[in-house]
Ligand binder design. Structure first.
Ligand code: RP5
Length: 168
């Protein structure tokens, strides 16, 4: 089994359904990843250790998802120089606006690349992680080009169907 290049981590097991989308995306590019749960607030020592040791375990990018007062991505970024992508999870009555702001509003010096709330964000986190890894891996770069071409082909098909439906 190849070593994990991406770590997908989340603040609660209740975040898994959304964070699985990041894993599915990495699967499409054939990038090995690990998944774990750790909390900035409920297991702070474990979270710090997880972040400190990630680079030594072959990890190149960390994707961190959390809801509510979502400090997980920021705390992880404080303990590593690896790129950290934050996924805001809509898990409270504020529907992710709370976690979006908590994740994105990092102070200067500790960046977290914040993506959209929920599943689209988790998907994009997977793509962004692949793009970072592709900088030093031409086989992943080729797969990213194919992915974009496939997206565009899908719209040619949508356009053809729409025109056929409007002008039968
Ligand atoms: C956050 O609180 C987690 O990331 C999750 O989105 C939210 C609720 O967690 P649970 O109460 O479901 O464990 O820390």
């Amino acid at each position: 089994m190849s070593k994990s290049l991406v770590s997908i981590v989340m603040g609660s097991d209740s975040d898994l359904e959304i964070m699985r989308e990041a894993g599915k995306t990495l699967d499409e590019f054939g990038i090995a990843y690990e998944i774990d749960v750790t909390s900035a607030h409920r297991s702070p020592d474990r979270t710090a250790e997880y972040a400190r040791k990630a680079a030594g375990r072959s990890i190149r990018v960390i994707i961190a998802g959390a809801g509510g007062a979502a400090h997980l991505a920021g705390v992880i970024a404080a303990h590593t120089t690896l790129p950290v992508i934050g996924v805001p999870i809509p898990s409270t009555s504020l529907q992710g606006m709370d976690s979006l702001l908590a994740t994105v509003q990092m102070p200067a010096g500790i960046p977290v690349a914040t993506v959209a709330i929920g599943k689209p964000g988790a998907t994009n986190a997977g793509i962004l992680a692949a793009q970072i890894i592709a900088l030093a891996d031409s086989s992943i770069a080729k797969k990213l080009n194919a992915y974009k071409e496939n997206l565009a082909r899908g719209f040619e098909e949508k356009s053809r169907k729409l025109k056929a439906a409007l002008n039968p």
